[in-house]
Design a protein around this ligand. Structure first.
Ligand code: ATP
Ligand code: MG
Length: 392
C-alpha cells in the first residue's frame, strides 16, 4: 500500500436525504468524465467520501487533482497516502509522506478521525501517539494544538488508514445534471461565460447558443466564442454549442425597422430562437449575462419587452453584480483574458445612436410588425451549425 490517492468530500449533496445515492452516482460519473484524459483511474464512494485511485503507473494523478477542482458538487479535496490500519504504519507513513510539509512548518498538530470504530485507539490517543513520533522525527517543529501552521490529518476508514495535509477547496455547487437542462446565451463578452458558469454551478446542464452575424462579425469572433465554450467544459462537462446564423435577421431589422428599436427587436429574436432550441432539447430556462442598468437593453422596461415574446423563465445570475465582481469571477474561471480580445459581437453591429431605454412592449411590437417574424425564425433554426465543445 502507501499509494498516493485523492480523497473527495461531497458538498451540498450530503443534505439530500433519499436522493443522496443518485447524487453520488451522478457526481462520480461527472468525476470520471473529467479525469478521463489523465489515464486509468478508479473512482468509488465509501461513507460519503469519494476515492480516486490510480490503476496503473502512467496515470496522471496531478492532472486529475487539478481537473477535479472544477467539478461541481465537491466541497473539499485532498491528496492522501494510504497504509494499513496500524498505529506504527500510520506514524511511519506520516513521517515519509509529509516530510516536506513538516520540514517547512514551524508548528503542527495531528488530527485524527476514526470511522472504523473497531480501531483499538481513540482518535485522541492516535493523534498523541503519531504526534509524539512526528515530534521525535522533526525536533525543530513545535506542537501547537490551537494555531498550528500544519495540520496532519489521519483518517481510519473502512479499507485503510489515510494521511494527508490540509485539503483544498472544491468548486462547490451541485453535480451537473442534477438540476435539469437550460439554454445559455453565450456571446464573446465578459458576462455570459460567467453567467453560464454560475448556473452550471447549481447543477444545470447547459446548451450554449451563439448568434453569429457573418460577415459583420468575423470568423475570429466565432473562434473566440468556441474557445470560451471549450474553457467552460472544465466546469460544465461536455457541451454542444448551437451557432445560429443571425445576419439575415439583423439586415431585415436594419432595413425595415426604426433605428431606436434595433437592439430591442434583435433581442426579441434571440429569445424566440433560444426558446425553440430549448423546447427541442428539453431545456426549461434561458440563461443570460444581463446585468441591471449596464446597457440600454438592460433596463427593467427593456427586459420586459424582450421577455414578452417567451414563456420560459430567463435566469440572469449576474443581475445585481457590479462589473468588478463579474470580472473577479471571470478571472477565477479563466475566461477573462479571452473575453477581452477585441472582436465585435452581433450586439455591437447596427447599434442605434439613441436606443430606447424605457420602451413599452406595444411600441416594440409595432416597430417589428413589418417583419416576417415566423419565417425569419424558421430560417435561422434551419441554418444552425452544431459544434462539439471539448476540454483543451
Ligand atoms: P456579454 O459580456 O455576455 O456579451 P453584455 O454586457 O455585452 O454581455 P449584451 O451584449 O447586451 O450584454 O448581451 C446581454 C446578454 O445577451 C449576454 O450576456 C448574452 O447572454 C446574450 N448575448 C448577447 N450577444 C449574444 C450573441 N451574439 N450570442 C448569444 N448570446 C448573446
Ligand atoms: Mg455583449
Amino acid at each position: 500500500m502507501n499509494n498516493d490517492i485523492i480523497l473527495v468530500k461531497l458538498g451540498e449533496i450530503i443534505l439530500k436525504g433519499l436522493n443522496r445515492r443518485s447524487f453520488e452516482q451522478r457526481l462520480m460519473n461527472n468525476m470520471r468524465k473529467a479525469i478521463e484524459p489523465y489515464g486509468n483511474l478508479k473512482v468509488y464512494c465509501l461513507q460519503s467520501t469519494v476515492y480516486v485511485e490510480t490503476l496503473d503507473d502512467d496515470a496522471d494523478l496531478d492532472g486529475a487533482f487539478e481537473a477535479l477542482q472544477k467539478v461541481f458538487g465537491i466541497i473539499k479535496l485532498t491528496r492522501a497516502a494510504a497504509c494499513a490500519k496500524d498505529k506504527d504504519a500510520i506514524a511511519k507513513l506520516a513521517i515519509e509522506y509529509l516530510r516536506e510539509d513538516m520540514e517547512n512548518a514551524k508548528s503542527f498538530k495531528v488530527e485524527s478521525k476514526r470511522s472504523d470504530k473497531s480501531f483499538p485507539m481513540t482518535s485522541i490517543e492516535l493523534s498523541q501517539y503519531v504526534g509524539g513520533l512526528l515530534q521525535d522525527a522533526f525536533p525543530n517543529v513545535e506542537v501547537d494544538v490551537h494555531n498550528p501552521e500544519l495540520t496532519v490529518n489521519i483518517e481510519v476508514r473502512d479499507l485503510s488508514a489515510y494521511v494527508h495535509a490540509a485539503p483544498v477547496q472544491g468548486a462547490g455547487g451541485m453535480p451537473i445534471g442534477s438540476n435539469g437542462v437550460a439554454v445559455t446565451l453565450l456571446s464573446g463578452g465578459i458576462d455570459s461565460p460567467v453567467s453560464t458558469y454560475m448556473i452550471a454551478k447549481r447543477g444545470v446542464r447547459l446548451i450554449p447558443v451563439h448568434f453569429f452575424s457573418f460577415p459583420y462579425t468575423s470568423e475570429q469572433a466565432k473562434e473566440k466564442v468556441i474557445e470560451l465554450g471549450n474553457m467552460l467544459t472544465d466546469y460544465c462537462g461536455r457541451m454542444t454549442m448551437e451557432v445560429v446564423p443571425f445576419t439575415h435577421i439583423q439586415e431585415e431589422i436594419r432595413d425595415k425597422c426604426p433605428e431606436e428599436y434595433f437592439t430591442l427587436i434583435m433581442r426579441r429574436f434571440m429569445m424566440r430562437i433560444a426558446e425553440r432550441i430549448a423546447k427541442d432539447n428539453g431545456a426549461k430556462a434561458i440563461v443570460t449575462g444581463e446585468n441591471l442598468g449596464q446597457v440600454a437593453s438592460q433596463t427593467m422596461e427593456a427586459m420586459a419587452s424582450t421577455q414578452a415574446v417567451m414563456n420560459l423563465p430567463v435566469l440572469q445570475p449576474l443581475i445585481g453584480f457590479d462589473k468588478t465582481e463579474i470580472i473577479e469571477i471571470a478571472r477565477k474561471i479563466g475566461t477573462f483574458d479571452t473575453s477581452i480580445l477585441p472582436y465585435e459581437d452581433c450586439c455591437t453591429v447596427f447599434t442605434p445612436r439613441h436606443p430606447r431605454t424605457r420602451p413599452r412592449v406595444s411600441e416594440v411590437e409595432k416597430a417589428e410588425s413589418v417583419l416576417e417574424i415566423d419565417a425569419l425564425v424558421e430560417e435561422a433554426l434551419q441554418g444552425i451549425e452544431r459544434i462539439e465543445l471539448k476540454h483543451e
